[in-house]
Design a protein around this ligand. Structure first.
Ligand SMILES: Cc1ncc(COP(=O)(O)O)c(C=O)c1O
Length: 409
């Protein structure tokens, strides 16, 4: 079955009393039981059921089941936001004294989370060159508990070779955790490319309209949890379900970042048209990127599927679309702001992968809390513009960009 057929026709475990075509929104914090013994059994995990929506909820579970099917995952946990998915994943896998490996090319708030880990929780975050196998190997030791990167880094648009990284991590029993927000299932098979855990901001492509926050944690079932330094006791009890069980019975339940039933419903709607929207925005983004390359005012254009991009080989062999984000560089802040303020259709705003095209200068916004020196290391430049290309007619986007560039020499 194709992606959209699966999305539309996956059956959930639940039988609705009225055979509703859409799974209802169970907007209830708690659930009542006929007998005290049944409540006890569900609390003890001996019986399936929902007791309290911070732990699980029928509408959220129905949405998780569809995601599980389309992603061919072993287990799925839906969270209140993409950041909640990232934080929960790490808090389930790390302890003080550990180190984790990652790259400097990350979404700004993920970077900020890692810096907090380092400073407040005694976990050292090692920034490695993820294109350099020797550098990765040299930074692994007995206390390395996780490796993290983004499938396409936001906003630098770096693309790693996942299978190459996976082959290094496998021998060291370290899970490969990838934020695949930029490359949903219809353009990237993360599981087949060695990703053990995918974390996703569902706020982006899944929602589509930018109307709801949500996150996802997917365990692809490819990592042997009996070998992870902190999950051995969970493995003894739950076998291959160790990571998901740790989330459900501790980390996720206790952190309280549950997805609301209403949001699960909205995200399920978004999922139905995901493929159509992603195909269109990827086509639009490639067209816009190629067009920007013809503009003399622009110093550099970055898009993974441009042939002159340094990640073109990795992107073209792993993805069937380059995603919605196009980054480009003007000479300085003044030019960047002249461009942004002249846009008439493309909106000035944060968020990505909305149906509407959006533009922002990351240096002065998302990365504002960082020093100039740090931003230089992250390759975030004063004149950088991040465009998130939506599903409008591409001729309108090109015309908007052209008129906005008119006052820049
Ligand atoms: C790549 C990436 N990961 C994670 C997040 C965080 O997601 P959320 O805003 O849903 O918490 C974002 C937000 O922009 C993102 O771009």
């Amino acid at each position: 079955m194709g992606f959209t057929t699966k999305v539309l026709h996956t059956r959930t475990n639940f039988k609705d009393a009225h055979n509703a075509m859409r799974f209802p929104i169970y907007q209830s914090a708690a659930f009542a039981f006929e007998k005290a013994e049944d409540l006890e059994a569900v609390f003890k995990g001996q019986k399936m059921g929902h007791v309290y929506s911070r732990s699980s909820n029928p509408s959220v579970e129905a949405y998780e089941q569809v995601i599980k099917e389309v992603s061919e995952s072993f287990g799925v946990v839906a969270t209140a936001s993409g950041m909640a998915a990232i934080c929960n994943t790490f808090f389930a896998l790390i302890k003080s004294g550990d180190n984790i490996l990652t790259t400097r090319y990350l979404f700004g708030h993920t970077l900020s989370f890692f810096q907090t880990l380092m400073d407040d929780f005694g976990v050292s975050v090692r920034f490695v060159d993820i294109q350099n196998e020797a550098d990765i190997k040299a930074n692994i030791d007995a206390n390395t508990s996780a490796f993290f990167c983004e499938s396409i880094s936001n906003p630098q648009l770096k693309v790693p070779d996942f299978l190459a990284i996976k082959s290094i991590l496998k021998t060291a029993h370290i899970p490969l955790i990838v934020d695949t927000t930029m490359t949903p299932w219809n353009i990237f098979d993360a599981k087949a490319n060695g990703v053990d855990i995918a974390v996703i901001s569902a706020t982006k492509y899944l929602s589509g309209g930018g109307h709801v926050l949500g996150g996802l944690i997917l365990d692809h079932g490819t990592f042997d949890w009996s070998k992870h330094i902190h999950l051995q006791s969970f493995y003894k009890k739950f076998g291959p379900n160790a990571f998901i069980a740790k989330l459900r019975s501790e980390t996720f339940r206790n952190h309280g970042a549950a997805l609301s039933p209403q949001s699960a419903y909205m995200l399920s709607l978004g999922l139905e048209t995901l493929d159509l929207r992603v195909q269109r925005s990827c086509q639009n983004a490639l067209h816009v990127a190629q067009h920007l390359q013809t503009k003399t005012q622009i110093l550099k254009v970055s898009y993974p599927l441009l042939e002159d991009n340094d990640c073109y080989i990795n992107a073209s062999k792993q993805f069937s679309g380059g995603g919605a984000i196009v980054s480009f560089f003007l000479a300085d802040k003044q030019n960047a702001y002249t461009f942004l303020n002249a846009l008439k259709i493309i909106k000035r705003g944060t968020n990505v992968q909305d149906n509407k095209s959006l533009a922002i200068a990351p240096y002065h916004t998302i990365y504002a809390q960082y020093s100039d020196e740090q931003k230089r290391l992250f390759q975030i430049d004063e004149g950088m513009i991040r465009l998130s290309i939506g599903i409008e007619e591409v001729a309108d986007l090109v015309a908007d960009i052209d008129q906005a560039l008119l006052n820049i020499t």
